[in-house]
Design a protein around this ligand. Structure first.
Ligand code: KG4
Ligand code: ZN
Length: 339
């Protein structure tokens, strides 16, 4: 069964062809229009999706060597995400499926992230524990078997990636902040500043807005301008220390909660998803913990960790095989939750 997957929930326009659970193509166009605003501008995202969607889908078909007529179904992200952005992909997918008289299925973006580890390892054993950390989400989920999962905890305010992006903007370092802070942190001292670690050792809920404010107060206390303008060389070492200490606080929380859950649920396998899983410090720390505690750590390749069409096509395929279809009437669901 050939399934076309379409993802447009945020600032990646992506399409993929999955054939019986095997990825044939995964085309991701990351919108760069947002970088000078220090964050995603919803209206610009919708317009960029409109401009890109047809080209991205055609490229996904070409790379897969699949003609439109070969497709058996279309899957698209229904939510959560930016309403206008979701609308582009969902409407495109519906129209495409309707025009070709093939089934259409709307997908929960979070399920896409949750099962993205299966893209490279279909024979993967359930149950597993999943840590989803991106610009929009931070959650720990226990996955018993396909579509039987329990959210152990999620963020009460900002997502981890959002905190990286906001702190990066305060420091005048650019967008997206994660990779920049990751690189600068390597040059700094993670113990230089003691930033708060919210809910450390207290269950599986997260909170990342306090640390962002703590960085702001720290800069103010030192009489430094916010935001720093890029190229303030005099403070380069201080910025490196802030990056390292900030990142360490975030990673401490992510790692300790993941390890606690792995122990409580006796998980033999822990999988990571979302853009923040690219973070090198988190990778290294969790790898060490995995060896000590005794679980397997699985991080899918980055193209499946970030927002991508393949995870949507894959979950679409799982749902279609189980006999599911969506009505052409389903609306976008900006606040869709993982249930
Ligand atoms: O999954 P993703 O591509 O899109 C969303 O669904 O949000 O994640 C993007 C987020 C951004 O906030 C970005 O700053 C963060 O992932 N990120 C990182 C790193 N690379 C990307 N955060 C920390 N360290 C990184 N190396
Ligand atoms: Zn995402």
């Amino acid at each position: 069964m050939f399934v076309l997957g379409v993802e447009t929930s945020c600032d990646e326009t992506s399409a993929s062809v999955v054939a019986d659970g095997e990825v044939k193509s995964n085309v991701i166009s990351s919108q760069i229009v947002h970088s000078r605003f220090g964050g995603v501008v919803p209206e610009l995202a919708s317009r960029a999706h409109l401009r890109l969607i047809i080209r991205v889908v055609e490229e996904a078909l070409a790379q897969a060597g699949v003609a439109k007529g070969d497709l058996d179904a279309v899957a698209a992200t229904q939510g959560p995400g930016l309403a206008g952005a979701l609308l582009v992909g969902l409407s495109f997918a519906k129209a495409f499926a309707f025009g070709r008289r093939i089934p259409f299925v709307g997908i929960n973006h979070l399920e896409g992230h949750l099962y993205s580890n299966l893209l490279t390892r279909p024979a993967h054993g359930f149950p597993f524990l999943s840590l989803v950390v991106s610009g929009g989400h931070t959650m720990l989920v226990h996955v018993e078997r396909p579509f039987h999962h329990r959210v152990l905890g999620q963020t009460r305010d900002d997502a981890a990636g959002e905190a990286f992006d906001k702190v990066s903007r305060m420091l005048g370092l650019g967008y997206p902040g994660g990779p920049i802070i990751d690189a600068r942190a390597k040059l700094g001292n993670p113990r230089a500043i003691d930033f708060p670690r919210a809910f450390l050792g207290e269950g599986y809920e997260f909170s990342f807005s306090g640390i962002k404010t703590a960085v702001l107060y720290y800069l103010r206390r030192r009489g430094l301008p916010v935001p720093f303008r890029e190229g303030e060389q005099a403070h380069a070492e201080l910025i490196n220390d802030i990056c390292a200490s900030f990142q360490e606080a975030i990673v401490d929380v992510l790692v300790s909660k993941t390890v606690a859950a792995a122990k409580e649920f006796r998980a033999r396998e822990v999988s990571i998803a979302g853009g923040v899983s690219a973070n090198t410090r988190r990778r290294n720390r969790l790898r060490t913990e995995a060896e000590t505690v005794g679980f397997r750590l699985f991080t899918p390749p980055l193209e499946y960790c970030m927002d991508n069409g393949a995870m949507i096509a894959y979950v679409g395929w799982m749902r279609l095989v189980a006999g599911e279809r969506s009505s052409f009437e389903i609306p976008v669901a900006a606040n869709l939750e993982l249930t």
